[in-house]
Design a protein around this ligand. Structure first.
Ligand SMILES: C[S@@+](CC[C@H](N)C(=O)[O-])C[C@H]1O[C@@H](n2cnc3c(N)ncnc32)[C@H](O)[C@@H]1O
Length: 253
């Protein structure tokens, strides 16, 4: 995939070859050509890939610990008030924030119900049930968000850890519009996205500073307050566990 381009895709499409074993793989136990072909057939559409891996605990980004940039933000006091984890996956970031930041009221949302089941099981194992709200919802469809999400309005902070960079162009506007309706004026988004400096093949879309700024700028009701080099941590079998990323801090005007 060319970096910084606008390839129409849903969030998992760029991972597809890796997830289906169609990328070069000489490891023992890899699917044979025929089984990998049949797997490819079964996973014809990207949505099927999404359904197949998100929330299984096996997706490349499901690392079973909070992302380093989230831990850094927690250490700097970055989370307080009502916090929305947008596209929470299996919940490690949300659970960490809920535990480490007693002043934060955390709502974790994902469109894949299995992610929430996984997160809920983790919450139970860690004695965290009831310490955060877990909800299945499509953040591209504000009108269908559940009461549990809407009753916490307005949010002070949105965490987007590798969610935005998965959206195809046609979903970006409705996602950003949902975040805008959920956040209070002056509220912040912490958005960690894969950067175009990550040149290895595969992975999600890369988001350049100029691309991000074309969506989030004063004329659209936002200001990008900070841009820092960051890392998207992955399972060690993908890119050695680290992709080059950027953390954007975006304030709603
Ligand atoms: C790359 S994963 C990152 C998960 C998590 N934030 C993390 O850091 O591990 C992106 C997540 O966004 C979720 N997602 C994608 N589209 C969504 C939507 N429209 N509404 C809510 N969640 C969505 C996916 O199901 C997936 O769990």
């Amino acid at each position: 995939m060319a970096v910084g381009t606008s390839e129409p895709s849903t969030s998992l499409s760029p991972w597809k070859s890796q997830l289906t074993g169609t990328e070069n793989c000489s490891c023992s136990g890899a699917p044979s050509d025929s089984s990998s072909e049949s797997l490819k057939e079964q996973l014809r559409s990207i949505d099927e890939v999404m359904q197949a891996v998100a929330g299984t605990g096996l997706a490349p980004w499901e690392i079973h610990r909070p992302q380093q940039f989230v831990r850094d933000l927690v250490r700097k006091g970055g989370f307080s008030g009502r916090v929305l984890d947008a596209g929470c996956g299996i919940g490690d970031n949300a659970l960490y924030i809920a535990k480490a930041c007693p002043g934060a009221e955390v709502v974790a949302v994902d469109v894949v119900p299995r992610c929430l089941h996984f997160a809920s099981t983790k919450a139970g194992l860690r004695g965290m049930r009831g310490k955060l709200t877990l909800a299945a919802a499509d953040l591209c469809n504000y009108d269908k968000l559940s009461i549990s999400i809407q009753q916490k309005l307005p949010y002070d902070i949105v965490l987007d850890s590798s969610t935005f960079h998965g959206f195809p162009d046609h979903q970006r506007d409705c996602y950003v519009s949902t975040l805008s309706r959920l956040l209070r004026a002056g509220g912040l988004i912490y958005m960690n996205c894969m950067s175009e400096e990550e040149t290895r093949p595969g992975g999600p879309r890369r988001i350049s500073v100029s691309e991000l700024s074309s969506l989030f700028n004063p004329s659209t009701g936002w200001v990008v307050e900070a841009v820092v080099d960051s890392v998207a941590e992955l399972h060690p079998t993908f890119w050695g566990g680290r992709g080059k990323a950027r953390l954007f801090t975006i304030r709603k005007l």
